[in-house]
Design a protein around this ligand. Sequence first.
Ligand code: NAD
Ligand code: ZN
Length: 346
Amino acid sequence: MKNKMHAIVKEKPEYGAVYKEVEIPEIGPEQILIQVKSTSICGSDFHIYKWNKWAQDNIEPPQIMGHEVAGDVIEVGSRVQKVKKGDFVSSETHIPCGHCYQCETGQEHICRNMKILGVHQDGVFAEYAVLEEVDVWKTDPSINKDFASIQEPLGNAIDTILPGEVAGKDVLITGAGPVGLIAIAVANTFGAANILVSEPNEYRRNLSYEMGADHVVNPIEVNLLEAVQDIFGNKGVDFTAEMSGHPDAIRDGIKAVTPGGIVSLLGLPDDKLSLDLTNDIIFKNIKVVGITGRKMFSTWHIANNLLKNEKINLSPVITHKMPLKDFEKGMKLMEEGNCGKIILKP
Ligand code: NAD
Ligand code: ZN
């Protein structure tokens, strides 16, 4: 095997990244080396590229970027048992410590000492990448490589929609970024009866229909609560999946839910925000659930099962595919917002 590979490296603590040749990494006893077949850009990669405050606080350049991946195992460490050479795999990105209270009680996805692939250690925007045995996910080889790479955000969407018990229900999804778009498909697969999507970006509003939304509105042009009233009447929706992080969407998403309903919050607001707890949550007796990461690995079993049995159509959300070396084009699309998931091919 050659000993050099191409990778996208966050080289300096400043805007941007470089495509360059680096050493192919060596693996430890509990690690796996994969040949990357497909990777995808996540919003957090864009934040690292742009070098925002969160990136400055978490990343120590130089470091290989990226965490959404599918690839073939080409080497396993001496203690690895979960996968073998030749297996088709993906990876969870939360790296749990294995010994905190959460890890010891089956909640590794919210480990108190969590490290993240591509944030606290080298990532997957490369020809080869190192995965941890605790994170590696053996993927059914029949699954399309690009879908396999977006299993991780699919998992976010599954964990956001599952608490909503959406079968036969009226659903509001605020924010149709890549994860919100995937959540529309998940809500459909799980049997939602009527899905309203709220999204300011026109490109993503159009994509929302392709993902299976029944109604789509622009919250800049229409009052979301009036739209909910028009479509669902006084009852409101049974469930809101908040996937934008925008304070207005969070507040209206909670207000739109019928008393006794459920809200999942996945979107991350930049700042603290105020809510009318008394009237909008407590007296309405609604359940508000915070969502982070994916359950390890019940969520992955669901994602794999849906994809393997073709019970979910993710084709429309993959809007762009390009060679790894053209990543700057992908970052520009992320900046403009006129994209769903962008696949990078080594
Ligand atoms: P994104 O930023 O691409 O998408 C957010 C979308 O919300 C955009 O399309 C934007 O146009 C839209 N939006 C903005 N204002 C809105 C409003 N007032 N009403 C409705 N929509 C509005 O992000 P993404 O990658 O799709 O992720 C969605 C959110 O989830 C982000 O906030 C992200 O940080 C967060 N996230 C959280 C987790 C977690 O584990 N909790 C994981 C992944 C992403
Ligand atoms: Zn832990």
